[in-house]
Design a binder for this molecule. Structure first.
Ligand SMILES: O=C(CO)[C@@H](O)[C@H](O)COP(=O)(O)O
Ligand SMILES: [Fe+2]
Length: 231
């Protein structure tokens, strides 16, 4: 596993800034200081039909955030753009397999640049090629919604991919984080954990109900009593 991830807890909560108040980003970042990282959704209006924020804002978030940045790129031409997101404060860069000509080469480039290399797959994308070469990645993001928007419904039908990845990592003898993103809440997080996820992105469940800190704790409380890591 990438050294920047070593000191983190065994299950991780990454609130998604997409559901925060964009007019008060610094305040919103400090409101999630008890999280393990902040998940930063970069959307280009091409790879997904939504547009969010880009390099200058991610750079500034990295300067003021009390927690590390987990950057989720939903952009075309990942091979060209992903390495530019290796910025101070960023510990992992996730690109979409569907947007890269060579996900394995791009992962190598990201590792060489000093961040954890992470590949994301959409609900309809086959997990097998990534399970076969699981050692190429520090994290795999299994999307539990179609990428593009917060507040969508969790898709339990993608969860078997987590078991495939967890077994592949065990067979290869490597530690890889398995992240889920989309529709994660106190109602769905235990199912994702039981399927093998250890890193949980939550946007509306954290930022959509007033003070985020108790929402983060509520997710941790569910995990504390749930089966985790596919056990
Ligand atoms: O990448 C995405 C959406 O494409 C996510 O990170 C969302 O921001 C998650 O939001 P919720 O489903 O948790 O509201
Ligand atoms: Fe995301």
């Amino acid at each position: 596993m990438h050294p920047s991830l070593d000191s983190l807890e065994s299950v991780r909560i990454h609130p998604s800034i997409l559901s925060a108040d964009f007019a008060n980003l610094e305040r919103e970042l400090h409101a999630i200081a008890t999280a393990d990282a902040v998940h930063v959704d970069v959307m280009d209006g091409h790879f997904v039909p939504n547009l969010t924020l880009g390099l200058p804002i991610v750079e500034r978030i990295g300067q003021v955030s009390p927690v590390p940045l987990d950057v989720h790129l939903m952009i075309d031409d990942a091979d060209r753009w992903a390495p530019q997101y290796v910025l101070p404060g960023v510990t992992s860069v996730t690109f979409h397999a569907e947007a890269s000509r060579d996900p394995f080469a791009l992962a190598r480039t990201l590792r060489d640049a000093g961040v954890a290399a992470s590949v994301a797959i959409k609900p309809g994308t086959d997990v097998a090629p990534f399970a076969d070469r699981i050692d190429a990645f520090d994290m795999v993001l299994v999307m539990t919604v179609e990428p593009g928007f917060g507040g969508q419904s969790f898709m339990p039908e993608v969860l078997p991919k987590l078991g495939t990845l967890r077994r592949a990592a065990a067979d290869a003898g490597v530690e890889v984080l398995l992240q889920v993103d989309g529709g994660i809440s106190t109602a769905t997080i235990a199912e994702a954990a039981a399927a093998g996820a250890d890193t949980f992105v939550a946007g509306s469940a954290v930022y959509g109900h007033g003070d985020p800190a108790p929402r983060i704790q509520a997710l941790r409380d569910v995990l504390a009593t749930a089966d985790t890591l596919g056990s």
